[in-house]
Write a protein that binds this ligand. Structure first.
Ligand SMILES: Nc1nc2c(ncn2[C@@H]2O[C@H](COP(=O)(O)OP(=O)(O)O)[C@@H](O)[C@H]2O)c(=O)[nH]1
Ligand SMILES: [Mg+2]
Length: 404
């Protein structure tokens, strides 16, 4: 048998003086060639036996992808709390591929009856306020008490920049190692609408897998907090003292959307200032419309570092849940959220099919040029585009472009 390990001299390129490695001393081996000998890699299995077949391993196709799971396998895996299947189920939900969408919806339909027995907590605030740190400190305590929690991130910047200003996992190192917790960074790709759909569906998957506390972290930037408000039961606004209201983007709107204001970093030198800020917020809240019927939004102070006030934050969440469950507001909000979700999906689908329409795409650049050039009004252009979409024959009904 031919030993694969011996290099075939014919296959070695002859030394031509140009392949001299940089690290070889100036005058080394001039007569006999290099003293170093590069052995070719062993052409064998990982057990060292040339071409041997002693170990049976599954060889996946050249794409390197794992075989796809069936819907049954996804559902069974998620319901039994299998983490790797949970992760793959979420990846399926996040996929933008059309064939995954169908499979994901079938899986979700079957998981839905097992979801919902949870509390969904949204947490917003400027980057650096300590959202992740608070979730970690609070989360570890909840795990100790036997809760299972999932942390999701909705980050409007991740789809734009590819990066994430939430920092995601980095500040939750302890929590991410805890068996009781599951941390899922923000899905990337697509607009915020798409990210929101994915986060909602991810939440369903996590709930079906047995997680009973869901945290959704988001930055207080534009649309993202409105989106998160629309998918959680209780909404926390995390603040820090002395950052200035402009810096924290405190608009009346955000304060009116949250159910609890929490001033973080109430520790060390900052304790008194944090307490003063807490009292200020309490005063402001007094004049604002509460976000949830029958619930008075309050301000608390805590420290993710020392853990002071963290139990009080959770006690407030529990009180909120008890209060709104008794009044029926909890259930009513979830029903309304499901309806909003449905309408959003319809809009998303209409948009996708409109902009994906071949006739629309073909004529769009010309129509856009005409709008820019003031040749037709935006209203006329929109009417034209909608007619183009409805035109089954795909005929271009564009008027010829007038020369300037
Ligand atoms: N002193 C103090 N610093 C904190 C506290 N919580 C978070 N930090 C620090 O604030 C910074 C931002 O925290 P992070 O949790 O990533 O904030 P996020 O962007 O809101 O998620 C980090 O350097 C934390 O160490 C706290 O309770 N006290
Ligand atoms: Mg963070």
């Amino acid at each position: 048998m031919k030993d694969d390990r011996v290099a075939d001299p014919a296959a070695e390129p002859a030394f031509d003086g140009h392949h001299r490695p940089e690290w070889v001393p100036e005058r080394a081996g001039e007569a006999e060639g290099f003293t170093t000998n590069v052995m070719p890699g062993i052409k064998s299995r990982h057990d060292g036996l040339p071409g041997g077949t002693s170990v049976e391993t599954t060889i996946y196709p050249a794409t390197g992808k794992r075989p796809e799971l069936t819907v049954d396998e996804y559902v069974d895996g998620v319901l039994s709390g299998n983490r790797s299947i949970l992760a793959r189920a979420i990846t399926l939900v996040e996929s933008n591929a059309e064939r995954h969408r169908e499979k994901a919806q079938e899986m979700l339909t079957r998981l839905l009856p097992h979801a919902g027995q949870t509390i969904r907590v949204g947490i917003t605030g400027v980057p650096g306020a300590g959202k992740s740190s608070v979730i970690e400190t609070l989360g570890l305590r909840l795990c100790e008490r036997g809760h299972k929690l999932a942390v999701l991130a909705v980050d409007p910047t991740s789809s734009v920049t590819g990066g994430s200003i939430l920092g995601d996992k980095t500040r939750m190192e302890q929590l991410s190692r805890n068996r009781g917790a599951y941390i899922r960074p923000s899905p990337s790709g697509g607009v915020l609408g798409g990210v929101a759909r994915k986060s909602r569906e991810t939440m369903i998957v996590c709930e079906a897998a047995g997680f009973d506390v869901i945290f959704v972290e988001t930055v207080g930037v534009g649309q993202s907090e409105i989106t998160v408000r629309s998918m959680v039961d209780i909404f926390l606004l995390l603040q820090i003292a002395g950052a200035g209201d402009e810096l924290q983007g405190i608009k009346k709107g955000v304060m009116e959307r949250c159910d609890l204001v929490v001033v973080n970093k109430a520790d060390g030198d900052n304790t008194l200032r944090a307490e003063a800020a807490r009292a200020d917020y309490d005063r402001i809240l007094h004049y604002l419309q509460p976000s949830t019927e029958g619930w008075k939004t309050r301000a608390l102070a805590c420290s993710a570092y020392t853990g002071d006030g963290i139990d009080e934050v959770w006690a407030a969440v529990e009180a909120f849940r008890a209060n709104t469950t008794a009044s029926g507001v909890f259930e009513k909000r979830r029903q309304q959220q499901n309806l909003d979700w449905m309408h959003n999906l319809v809009l998303e689908q209409i948009k996708r099919s409109f902009y994906g329409n071949a006739n629309v795409r073909l004529n769009m650049p010309a129509i856009e040029r005409q709008v820019i050039g003031g040749k037709i009004s935006p209203t006329q252009a929109a009417t034209l585009l909608l007619a183009l979409e409805a035109d089954k024959d795909g005929v271009c009904v564009m008027p010829p472009e007038a020369s300037p």
